[in-house]
Design a protein. Structure first.
Lengths: 277, 327
């Protein structure tokens, strides 16, 4: 489960953590991806596992368009930039939820039969549900890919440089909007992967994103902004803490442990575990 | 410059008095209970947002966890009333006091955090509060508390037949929050806060005790918000954790100030006067069908206003007259 939280958080780690743009609509991105996966299954009988790349590609376009249409302007604000970003993306989240209610109805949906759903696999005597296992593998791959991307490619360097100083970057011929639109697309594509896998074993409804969004923020902040590895570690810690809390406290309190650990970590290390910002 | 400043402050005070007097007369013309309800909520959110603005606007410590103090105010009042028979008036003050103490207790570790880490910490602490109240059997857990009806009385601050007393209380609360802000703006604290917001290191080097001034702002802000929570509980006559401590309250406190103009004297009032009726009207006229159109309209408006006016609506009014007033 920790790696799944990690998978949801990895896209946010890119947008929120590396580009330093607040995205309060991250949970809604996840929701859209889950619906996309659901409809591809319902209408074309494409298994979520196969449709995951499709969903990710669609989400890439979606994320980039959202950036170009809306977020770009929110970043232009000279004063209160933080608040403008928070409330612009929050408004966006409300719109997306409203649209989902309008077009997809508030009913709970699920994908009844898929290649992975309900199956378990035995690893060294421990039975693991297959969807979670695949999610974990995808999550590791996604983190590794992002890490490589940020630290080993020109794009990654351009991204970090753009966050640091958009003005200077323009002087050396990097188009800020192009870099950030690509970053947003990539972040959305990653959450698209998460959505496609989660669609297999979670109910899908317009508000589903909200329950995961806060945990994703906590995961990113716990690991520290600006660190891909931090978000990965954050995801694992969050998953472990949740499992331990669930054993000791009633299930309705399982998130308390996650939140408490976040507070504890930032009180000791105000920039998260591996944060650089 | 100094003369301008005090002249502007005097003018602000006069405008506020006139507006309050006009608002007090409103019930003479507005007999419709539904509209009165919207007025009460508008005044309440104006007061809450004004209180939120003290910490987050003036002092620059963006909190998205003020629902915690709102809930504490509501719960303290109602628990004291239903379990021990303490009159809501005293419960209200007790709630405010507890909220202020908690705000300072939390401030001790929290104010070391910066930026996103601080904002997320405030969200998380309110969420913990919500979960704890949902699981606290003695306080009604997720079922909440129904406030027993004992007939209309000012003593018990309970009115079934008319919304007018609530209206006047909300108006008074709004005036108090405004006046406190007005008074603080020109006090030593007000200047300290703005210095802390703009550049904490520079402020510290000039002898401002940054930490203490943040604590002061947090305590005042939490106290006023808790009073608002107590009022809301009496107004609804029923509370449960989600309906007084949910994340949406943290946002609804912040939104009017942000839309109206964060860190300004008039921003929260102006923002609430536009936002709250808009929220209620979209909800009742196009909502209800359960199809989310109200959410779409509401969200779109928030996006548009935040993008078009990053400094808030106040910037439209004061652009020519009072330059520097919004800082």
């Amino acid at each position: 489960m920790g790696l799944l939280y990690g998978l949801i958080a990895v896209g946010l780690a890119l947008i929120f953590g590396l580009m330093d743009v607040t995205n309060f609509a991250h949970g809604e991105f996840l929701m859209i991806a889950m619906y996309a996966s659901f409809f591809l299954f319902a209408f074309f009988a494409i298994d979520p596992l196969l449709s995951a790349p499709l969903v990710a590609a669609a989400m890439f376009v979606f994320g980039a368009v959202i950036y170009l249409l809306i977020v770009r302007f929110a970043m232009r604000a000279k004063t209160n930039a933080g608040m403008v970003q928070i409330f612009t993306t929050f408004g966006l989240a409300i719109v997306m939820r409203g649209l989902a209610q309008l077009f997809f109805t508030p009913d709970y949906r699920s994908i009844p039969q898929s290649w992975l759903g309900g199956k378990t696999v035995s690893v060294a005597g421990i039975f693991l549900p297959e969807p979670q296992l695949v999610g974990a593998l995808v999550s590791i791959a996604a983190f590794a890919g992002l890490y490589f991307f940020i630290h080993r490619t020109d794009f990654g360097r351009a991204l970090e440089a753009t966050r640091e100083d958009p003005g200077a970057v323009a002087l050396v011929g990097i188009d800020k909007n192009r870099v950030f639109a690509f970053g947003w697309g990539l972040g959305a594509a990653l959450v698209g992967l998460a959505g496609a896998i989660m669609a297999v074993f979670f109910y899908i409804y317009p508000d589903v994103g909200a329950s995961f969004a806060l945990i994703a923020y906590v995961t990113v902040a716990l690991g520290g902004f600006g660190s891909v590895f931090g978000a990965f570690a954050g995801g694992i810690i969050v998953g472990l803490v949740e499992a331990v809390t669930a054993l000791m406290l009633p299930p309705s309190l399982k998130s308390v442990g996650i939140y408490a650990v976040y507070l504890l970590v930032v009180f000791i290390r105000p920039r998260g575990l591996f944060g650089s910002m | 410059m100094d003369k301008n400043f005090s002249a502007r402050r005097r003018r602000d005070l006069i405008i506020a008095a006139v507006l309050a007097a006009l608002a007090a007369l409103a019930p003479l013309f507005v007999k419709n209970v539904y509209v009165q309800n919207i007025l009460v909520l508008t005044l309440m959110y104006a007061a809450l947002s004004q209180s939120w603005n003290i910490l987050s606007g003036y002092c620059g410590q963006i909190s998205l966890g003020h629902a915690l103090y709102f809930g504490i105010g509501a719960y303290t009042t109602e628990l004291l009333f239903t379990k021990f028979g303490v009159l809501p008036w005293f419960g209200m003050l007790a709630g405010g006091g507890i909220a202020a103490v908690i705000a300072m207790g939390l401030g001790y570790p929290f104010f070391r955090l910066r930026g996103h880490y601080f904002v997320i910490a405030t969200i998380v602490i309110a969420e913990i509060g919500l979960l704890l109240f949902q699981n606290w059997e003695w306080a009604g857990a997720a079922m909440g508390i129904t406030i027993p009806v004992r007939g209309d009385s000012w003593l018990k601050f309970q009115f079934m037949r008319s919304k007018l007393p609530y209206f006047y209380f909300a108006l008074a609360l709004c005036c108090i929050a405004w006046f406190v802000t007005w008074w603080l703006e020109d006090s030593k604290w007000g200047f300290w806060w703005r210095a802390v917001k703009d550049n904490p290191e520079a402020a510290e080097s000039l002898g401002v005790v940054v930490f203490n001034s943040k604590m002061g702002a947090a305590a005042v802000s939490a106290f006023l918000v808790a009073i608002g929570g107590a009022f809301y509980a009496q107004f609804l006559a029923y509370i449960d954790p989600e309906s007084v401590m949910g994340f949406q309250f943290s946002l609804l406190m912040a939104l009017p100030a942000v839309l109206g103009g964060i860190g300004t004297l008039w921003g929260p009032v102006l923002g609430a006067a536009i936002l709250i009726p808009m929220t209620e009207l979209t909800r009742s006229y196009i909502g209800g069908s359960g199809r989310g159109v109200d959410l779409i309209v509401y969200g779109t408006l928030i996006v548009l206003i935040s993008l078009a006016l990053p400094q808030g609506l106040v910037s439209l009014l004061s652009r020519s007259k009072t330059k520097g007033a919004t800082r």
